[in-house]
Design a protein around this ligand. Structure first.
Ligand code: CMC
Length: 389
């Protein structure tokens, strides 16, 4: 039989192929809702704008794991547990100390997260409770891993986690070796809130697929980190910052409008723009744009912000494409002194809450995820002995 070409497929005989699973509804979920036309994002009933203005990251974690906001007692209990779980087991720290200092931080975070499975919280016999405990442990330990690797690769002593303070505060403390100010803490907390959950994106789908085989939550999160790392997904924020820093190297010659037009003319993508679901401004980008403007002015990085706005205007006028979450988050992180190659790790430190919420949801009502592929190769070929090939 001749090789089947996609364009020759008789759609009456074969089912339609949705490349990239575009538009396919694979699950029902109570975790989040995205309206791509309106530019609306909801986490378990609450609009992202409401959460950005009022919530803390810890409250968002509780919301995603339980589908409701915690009362004061419940929030205090969660914060206490998150603090208790911050320490990373010594063998994982040994790995961080001994791995290649030039390794990508996301690769180190992926491998270290995988190792955490060997030191998971003691099982209770109630699988739902165990998944929750494991979700809390991973959410607490990821910032410790990221900060530890950054210090080790810069020849600095690892800073042990604090026994107090928010996830955002403790992360910045472990990273820099000094307690952050309120502005930096609030900025980090906002970023963690905005990145926590986002529907059936590639990494969440990966997490649910692994869960559907009844594999463990650490495997599911490790796989999800691998998916998030790519530049078409979470890796875009690092790429955005590198683009702006390369422009900065050109000094007076830098021309963001000409740069953007040239890229588009070459049919190249500008990172931090476009989205599979949003066909308008990503609501998370509104908050980050405001933050980026305010922080850039305060820290003397106005030029980076102005270039971002010039790129945004050019993308809008040339292609009618809006920015996504990764565009302004880059300059926000830069303004609070975080190195570009850590940006996707911060995305991970936040998204682990959404992934684990989806794991809990999938496990509670599981069905193996097993789609089909249309075979377009040949069939019934004659076997040719190796010396005749
Ligand atoms: N720069 C230039 N053109 C773009 C961009 C971009 N960033 N994004 C989309 N387009 C164009 C694309 O070239 C195509 O044009 P044409 O119809 O003329 O061929 C059209 O828009 C449709 O693009 P697509 O790639 O088919 O759309 P998609 O739904 O497959 O892609 C995307 C979504 C996010 C992969 C894509 O917009 C992209 O690659 N963006 C850059 C990477 C990025 O910022 N990723 C972060 C996504 S949001 C955070 C997250 O969830 O991880």
């Amino acid at each position: 039989m001749a090789k089947l070409k996609l364009q020759d497929i008789d759609t009456n005989e074969y089912p339609h192929i949705n490349r990239g699973l575009e538009g396919i509804i694979a699950f029902s979920t109570t975790k989040s809702s995205i309206d791509g036309q309106k530019g609306e994002l909801i986490y378990a009933g609450y609009n992202i704008d409401t959460l950005a203005e009022n919530a803390t990251f810890e409250e968002v974690c509780f919301l995603l794991w339980n589908d409701r906001l915690p009362n004061k007692q419940e929030l205090d209990a969660l914060k206490k547990k998150l603090i208790e779980e911050r320490k990373v087991p010594d063998p994982v720290l040994d790995y961080i100390k001994n791995t290649n200092k030039d390794a990508e931080p996301m690769a180190v975070l992926r491998s270290a997260t995988s190792m955490l499975a060997d030191f998971a919280p003691e099982e209770t016999g109630d699988s739902n409770q165990d998944y929750q405990n494991q979700a809390i442990a991973m959410t607490a330990q990821m910032p410790t891993i990221v900060a530890a690797f950054d210090r080790v690769r810069n020849g600095k002593e690892i800073v042990a986690p604090l026994k107090e303070g928010s996830t955002a505060f403790n992360f910045l403390y472990m990273l820099n070796g000094e307690k952050p100010g309120t502005q930096a803490e609030n900025t980090m907390d906002l970023c963690l809130i905005l990145h926590a959950e986002h529907g059936m994106n590639a990494s969440t789908f990966t997490c649910r697929t692994i869960c559907s085989t009844e594999s463990d939550i650490y495997s599911a999160v490790t796989g999800a980190i691998g998916a998030l790392k790519g530049p078409l997904h979470g890796g875009a924020n690092t790429a955005v910052m590198n683009m702006l820093l390369n422009m900065d190297k050109q000094g007076e010659q830098a021309d963001p409008v000409a740069f953007t037009k040239k890229k588009l003319a070459n049919r190249e993508k500008i990172m931090g723009f476009g989205h599979r679901v949003y066909k308008t401004f990503d609501p998370r980008a509104y908050h980050l744009r405001q933050k980026s403007k305010a922080l850039s002015e305060e820290t003397g990085h106005e030029t980076l912000y102005e270039w971002s706005e010039a790129i945004l205007e050019t993308m809008k006028s040339e292609k009618n494409i809006d920015p996504n979450v990764d565009f302004f988050s880059a300059t926000v992180y830069y303004s609070i002194g975080i190195k570009p190659d850590l940006y996707t790790c911060i995305f991970t430190m936040s998204r682990v809450s959404g992934w684990t919420a989806h794991y809990l949801e999938q496990a509670a009502n599981n069905r193996l995820i097993r789609p089909r592929a249309l075979y377009t190769g040949e069939k019934n070929l004659d076997w040719v002995p190796i010396d005749k090939r």
